[in-house]
Ligand binder design. Structure first.
Ligand code: THG
Length: 380
């Protein structure tokens, strides 16, 4: 495709937009009604920077849905199947959000900001509307709003060096998903040990949208000895790491068990939550398809697929690959997607219908395992 995205007032720009354009932004997508940087024009260099160095990502599209008021925690507990009993100020949690039928509609990171305030750091769906509606219907005493907050991710093995240059040694003590309020030259923010990669790093939640340019410059300045550069949520690394991309990997019926999110669903808790009955039922019946990894044969896949690609077995459609590409770590094309358990149990070969060709597929359980023996299909 060679069409361009139009720019207009309806789709919002991030506080880091100007700075990322100045850094050579080449392509963007749309996420939560906002432009999301997706490329600086050199995917191999951006991948390498994430794996071996440090990259800065404008992820302001990870909008916050704030819930504030006496019933904030009560509402949060009602919105997710994850058990939030141990929730504490300063400790984030990955929380699936389901509809009443048990299907997943977002997979945010939850942050408890104060005794009476939580934020959902959301993936690409209108969670603000859902949370407002549930709060209103139940007469909860809360305000639901989108605060002026925009995350900037600093990811890669050298991220700790950069972020400790900026804030001090204490950032090294943060545990996974732990966060702390801080400020930098008067720029209010939250420093969190998190990010949508498995290469380690931090997210700086900017709390004043007028200071985006300043923050970007300060981070690059602090990283110049570490050869810092721009990047975006990385298409290949997330495949290698088996991270879920809501909307790409999910469809209208996807439930948390199909995604392998069982550890984030507590059906035995006393607390009631949206989708509890449906999820108990789904768990009892068992799943019939599963989010799975794939090795794909054939020539190197040079660019991201633009839509889901069908998986075939004995002439039948048995699932889809939602994203695939060439993995430097495996030296092979890899992908993730949904496939029926029946197809996985059968010994018949599976193939993927690529735009021009058919590729043979080997299914493996997620996360991909590159420590040694590659898990084979029989282990699923
Ligand atoms: N950071 C912040 N907000 C976000 C994302 C983020 N909002 C959108 C999107 N990403 C939400 N989705 C995810 C998906 C996966 C993870 C985080 C957010 C993640 N998962 C790990 C995994 O699956 O291995 C760890 C989960 C765990 O063990 O708790 O990190 O990235 N601010």
């Amino acid at each position: 495709m060679s069409i361009q995205l139009s720019f207009g007032a309806r789709v919002r720009k991030s506080p880091f937009f100007e700075a990322s354009v100045e850094s050579g932004l080449a392509a963007a997508s749309v996420y939560n009604h906002m432009y999301m940087p997706t490329s600086y024009g050199d995917p191999d260099a951006e991948y390498d920077r994430l794996i071996n160095g440090v990259a800065v990502w404008d992820v302001a599209v990870e909008r916050q849905v704030a819930v504030k008021g006496p019933d904030a925690i009560k509402l949060a507990k009602y919105l997710t199947p994850r058990n939030l009993d141990g929730l504490a100020i300063g400790q984030g949690k990955y929380v699936p959000i389901c509809k009443h039928d048990g299907s997943i509609i977002n997979d945010p990171v939850l942050l408890q900001i104060a005794d009476n305030e939580v934020w959902f750091s959301i993936a690409d769906s209108d969670l603000y509307l859902w949370v407002s509606a549930i709060a209103g219907a139940l007469g909860m005493d809360v305000e639901v709003f989108e605060p002026d907050v925009s995350p900037l991710a600093v990811q890669g093995p050298k991220a700790t060096s950069v972020v400790s240059n900026l804030f001090g040694e204490w950032v090294k003590e943060l545990k996974y998903f732990e966060f702390c309020e801080a400020s930098l030259d008067g720029i209010p923010l939250i420093v969190s040990k998190s990010g949508w990669s498995k290469q380690g790093g931090y997210e700086l939640y900017l709390r004043d949208g007028t200071r985006g340019y300043d923050l970007w410059k300060r981070v690059f300045e602090a990283g110049k000895d570490d050869d810092i550069g721009p990047g975006t949520p990385n298409y290949i690394e997330r495949l290698e790491s088996g991270l879920i991309s809501f909307g790409a990997d999910t469809d209208a019926k996807t439930n948390p068990f199909e995604l392998g999110m069982d550890r984030f669903v507590d059906l035995n808790q006393e607390n009631d939550f949206v989708g509890k009955d449906a999820l108990i039922h789904l768990k009892g019946n068992g799943i019939d398809r599963k989010f799975t990894g794939f090795f794909l044969d054939g020539p190197r896949q040079s660019k991201p697929n633009e839509h889901r690609l069908r998986l075939l077995q004995s002439g039948n459609v048995v699932g889809y690959v939602s994203a695939c590409g060439y993995s430097p770590r495996f030296g092979k094309n890899i992908g993730v997607g949904m496939i029926s358990l029946e197809a996985l149990r059968s010994r018949d070969p599976i193939s993927m219908q690529d735009t021009e060709k058919i590729r043979h597929v080997e299914a493996v359980s997620l996360p991909f395992n590159w420590g040694g023996q590659i898990t084979s299909r029989t282990a699923l």
